[in-house]
Design a protein around this ligand. Structure first.
Ligand code: AMP
Ligand code: ZN
Length: 463
């Protein structure tokens, strides 16, 4: 089966042909570790994971690199505002190193909970400063960059195909009011490769241009080249990276290397909340922990994400999460029936489902269609362990813990008063009264019991 992927650069679905036969090098823009990852960020990494799993299913040996941004990403994606790490360090009264260590750890826990395979390498930007300085030096020597009072900038007019990924037009950008003009820059779209730091700046390193710190874009060029070589297969990120971050990566990498650096650019669409933007000020940037506290498992959320194609926006609502949870619960119940079933399987029909599944995932990761094939197979097949085994094969890509479906645990003997509180809590959750649900959980705890929300409903245990 041949994999086709949508390449943002060519705006077409293309046959995937790796640089080295049987191997794939993929680079994903990693998290800026200055705060907790929200569920929108995590959608981007579920996409990264699905892509890797499809490639591995197809027999490729995948080297997956995801950087950890612990310096250089300013509040805007361009050259404006404070460095996110520095800002967060000041706000929390910690050092940037402490901030980065804490939020990297949280991120790693989140991806583990969501069954996102840990990338082969997760390099930190701050461990690669000399590599970045070298590229900046080379770009200056080659005449693609220039020094100003406040840093080293890349001159976009020196790269005639600047804008090829997003389709922006440099002449329009010069005259358009959208881009703020930094008086040091020759062109408003020129971007910082290196910023000179004043004495108060917390994160700074020695460089040929005095003390300073790298721009955000240069880190991805330095680390992708270091771990994947001069031309590698796939670069992923969220769609917000297309117009600035990835456009800039292409420009600096191609000028530095003198050739193309990435063959396929793949981008995942955004997650919306209640049809609008997720933002801290609206208080709607939920984390995995927030979902768990409200009784949804990480697998409910992964299932929710897998039901929308990565190039479509996904709209998060609590109603949609309820539907996902209920569907995932039913799916697990069906899987269990097959696991324990002893009817005769139709082997030919199962192979047919497998083919449909493989066709779907190889068609630019049409995972929602593949989920549909799974449902059809589970609903229409005789109850047989062979069907369950086929579902486990599909789960190499879904990663929805199908191997963990178990007969419902014998419930602990629970006293009536506790059982009543558990029922009230389920009722409160149905009405989305989270405060009441949390209060009832505490009441239950006071009586010596804990309640866990599982795919099979609440499970009560003696503490
Ligand atoms: P950041 O940590 O800000 O660099 O973002 C990490 C990843 O999350 C990037 O690939 C972004 O494109 C992606 N991202 C940010 N916000 C959203 C969102 N609302 N929905 C989906 N992906 C997002
Ligand atoms: Zn990046």
């Amino acid at each position: 089966m041949q994999l086709k992927v949508y390449n943002t650069l060519t705006r077409k679905k293309e046959l995937f042909v790796p640089v080295h036969e049987g191997k794939v090098g993929m680079y994903s823009c990693g998290p800026t570790v200055y705060k907790y990852a929200h569920i929108g960020n995590l959608r981007a990494y579920i996409f990264m994971d699905e892509l890797r799993r499809v490639l591995e299913y197809d027999g490729y040996k995948v080297k997956s690199v995801m950087n950890i941004t612990d310096v250089g990403h300013l509040v805007s994606d361009g050259d404006d505002g404070e460095d996110k790490m520095t800002k967060s360090a000041k706000e929390e009264g910690k050092t940037p190193l402490e901030i980065a260590a804490f939020y990297t750890d949280c991120f790693m826990k989140d991806i583990k909970a969501l069954n996102i395979l840990k990338p082969t390498v997760c390099p930190k930007a701050t461990d690669n400063i000399p590599e970045m300085i070298q590229i900046v030096k080379d770009l200056l020597d080659l005449g693609y960059a220039y020094e100003t009072e406040d840093g080293i900038y890349f001159s976009v007019e020196k790269f005639p195909s600047y804008g090829k990924l997003s389709g922006i037009n440099l002449a329009e950008q010069r005259h358009g009011a959208r881009v703020e003009v930094n008086s040091f820059k020759k062109h408003p779209v020129d971007f910082a490769l290196w910023k000179k730091a004043d004495a108060n700046h917390i994160q700074q390193w020695d460089s040929p241009w005095g003390k300073g710190y790298p721009g955000w874009h240069i880190e991805c060029t330095a680390m992708s080249k270091k771990y994947l070589g001069e031309t590698f297969d796939i670069h992923t990120g969220g769609v917000d990276h297309i117009p600035i971050h990835h456009e800039n990566e292409i420009a600096q990498a191609e000028c530095w290397l003198g050739h193309k650096a990435v063959n396929y650019w793949m981008h995942s669409e955004f997650m919306l909340i209640d049809g609008g933007k997720m933002s801290k000020s609206l208080g709607n940037t939920y984390t995995v922990d927030d979902l768990v506290k409200k009784g949804y498992s990480p697998m409910d959320f992964r299932y929710f994400c897998l039901n929308v194609h990565y190039r479509q926006k996904i709209n998060f609502t609590w109603e949609a999460m309820d539907s996902a949870k209920s569907a995932y619960t039913k799916l697990c119940a069906l899987l269990l029936q097959h696991k324990e079933g002893n009817e005769q399987a139709d082997v030919k029909q199962l192979e047919n489902y497998k083919e449909q599944f493989e066709q779907a995932v190889n068609d630019d990761l049409n995972v929602p269609l593949a989920i549909g094939v799974l449902w059809t197979m589970l609903r229409n097949s005789p109850k047989s362990k062979a069907v369950y085994d086929m579902a486990l094969t599909f789960d190499k890509i879904f990663a929805l813990d199908f191997d963990k479906v178990q007969p419902q645990q014998k419930q602990t003997e629970v006293p009536d008063d506790v059982r009543k509180l558990v029922e009230l809590r389920s009722e409160a959750r149905k009405q989305k009264n989270w405060a009441e649900s949390d209060r009832l959980r505490d009441e239950i705890a006071k009586l010596g019991y804990s309640v866990r929300d599982t795919a099979n409903g609440p499970e009560v245990e003696k503490k």
